[in-house]
Write a protein that binds this ligand. Structure first.
Ligand code: AMP
Length: 435
């Protein structure tokens, strides 16, 4: 037999890693509740056509695609937004707005595996649908800020931009959407010089090139100053001006509304996905040069999928990368551990009673592991010790006759004989801090 391995780019999550992933996931669910988002579960497999429609060349090329036995062309979802847009164009078409939806799950991209880049990864994805207003963008950013704080990250920042700035300039120069997308893709890869060359080849005006050059260089932490700088650069481009005003309004709202985080506003910032129409953002920590999450406004996507014109804004949090950042910043998950007890019996005749006691403990909320290896008490206790179980309940024939059991404290290495009916109380008493 060959030695089986996980497929390239795929990972197993062993208990500690799985617990950390689920911890972050649990926090996203908690926040969903606090912000009024409702969960939807969409399929991992969708039609290729849907997934490829608006995801952008970058992602399209890295999709896992296949034909099913019926000859349908399908793909593993590389992102959630296409599925949500599909729902909004169909089943949820007539739902009253705003809609606050979220999903959590795995996604698939044929990325080159490296630190923080996997072929199967996990996101929590929040979408606020039905509003064009800055309040909606602010809500998504506030939720994300709360998530990063709650998982304990102390040092993180948002990279912020607005696709309407560059698109507004290019649109005014009659650059069509397809070519705009190509330029945005280059910006996403930080290939500013190539973006300028492409724009030149498209015969845009010298003023346009000069403006783009200026735009690509504008960035900074002080939102008021950066917004003013961008405004003076794009003053001749009406649509770009609208975009800067919109960005400024959202940032102002965040500031006056007490949502505080570090940020870098970059006028030439673009994201890989093609469907953004407004403010966009990504999250970074200083220890990693890959984004922990990203999102933005996409006001036309739902319409492009056949739905009503519906504005929307949303974010995807990369759960894997958030856990990596937690490791780097040494903020371990606060995983609540349960009281754990091992139930050991001496002699085959006590097997059923042991099972019954284990059930009784579980009903009372105590995690109980029944000895299943038929080991002698000392061996079973050694194993409990090794696995960090703090207490053992031992059933012996002598004690059982009197309706008693032995409760052993594994750390203190002492044990007491107690009446069966007091067992739960004793366990509670002896584990003051759930352990
Ligand atoms: P995107 O859907 O490309 O906007 O990505 C949103 C977030 O998903 C990123 O910021 C990452 O945190 C995460 N992500 C995207 N691709 C990968 C990957 N290949 N491996 C791990 N996380 C990823």
């Amino acid at each position: 037999m060959p030695e089986f391995k996980t497929a390239r780019g795929m990972r197993d999550f062993l208990p500690k890693e799985a617990a950390t992933m689920r911890y972050v996931e649990a926090i996203t669910r908690e926040l969903a509740g606090l912000y009024g988002f409702q969960e939807i579960i969409t399929p991992i497999i969708e039609s290729y056509e849907l997934l490829a429609a608006k995801s952008g060349e970058e992602i399209r090329q890295r999709m896992y695609t296949f034909e099913d036995l019926g000859g349908r062309k399908l793909g593993l979802r590389p992102e959630f937004t296409a599925s949500i847009a599909r729902l909004m164009a169909t089943t949820l078409r007539n739902e009253p707005k705003p809609l606050r939806l979220y999903c959590v799950g795995s996604l698939y991209r044929y990325d080159e595996p490296q630190f923080g880049r996997f072929r199967e990864f996990w996101q929590s994805n929040f979408e606020l649908i039905g509003s064009t207003r800055p309040e909606a963008d602010a809500e998504i950013l506030a939720l994300t800020n709360d998530l990063l704080k709650r998982v304990g990250l102390q040092n993180y920042w948002f990279k912020i931009g607005h696709v309407g700035i560059v698109r507004g300039i290019l649109g005014a120069e009659d650059v069509g959407e397809e070519n705009q997308n190509k330029i945005m893709q280059l910006l996403d890869k930080k290939q500013w010089a190539d973006a300028l060359t492409l724009a030149k080849n498209l015969k845009v005006s010298d003023q346009c090139i000069a403006t783009l050059k200026k735009i690509f260089e504008i960035k900074g932490k002080n939102s008021d100053r950066v917004i003013e700088e961008i405004k003076s650069a794009v003053v001749r481009y009406e649509k770009a001006m609208f975009a800067v005003d919109n960005l400024g309004e959202i940032l102002e709202l965040l500031k006056t509304g007490g949502v505080e985080f570090d940020m870098s506003i970059e006028a030439g910032f673009a994201r890989g996905l093609e469907y953004y129409t407004g403010m966009i953002y990504e999250i970074y920590v200083p220890e990693m040069d890959i984004a922990l999450g990203g999102g933005g406004r996409y006001d036309r996507l739902i319409e492009l999928f056949g739905g009503e014109p519906t504005p929307a804004t949303g974010i995807a949090h990369g759960i894997d990368r958030i856990t990596l950042a937690m490791e780097k910043q040494q903020t371990p998950p606060l995983i609540r551990t349960q009281k754990r007890v091992m139930v050991i019996f001496i002699g085959e005749e006590l097997k059923s009673e042991a099972l019954r006691i284990a059930s009784m403990l579980r009903t009372a909320g105590v995690s109980a592991e029944l000895e299943v290896m038929g080991r002698a008490v000392t061996r079973a206790l050694q194993d409990a010790d090794r696995r960090g179980i703090k207490q053992a309940v031992i059933l012996g024939p002598k004690e059982m006759e009197k309706g008693e059991v032995i409760l052993r404290d594994m750390e203190k290495r002492e044990q007491h004989t107690i009446k069966k009916q007091y067992l739960i109380k004793e366990i509670e008493k002896r584990t003051p801090h759930s352990a």
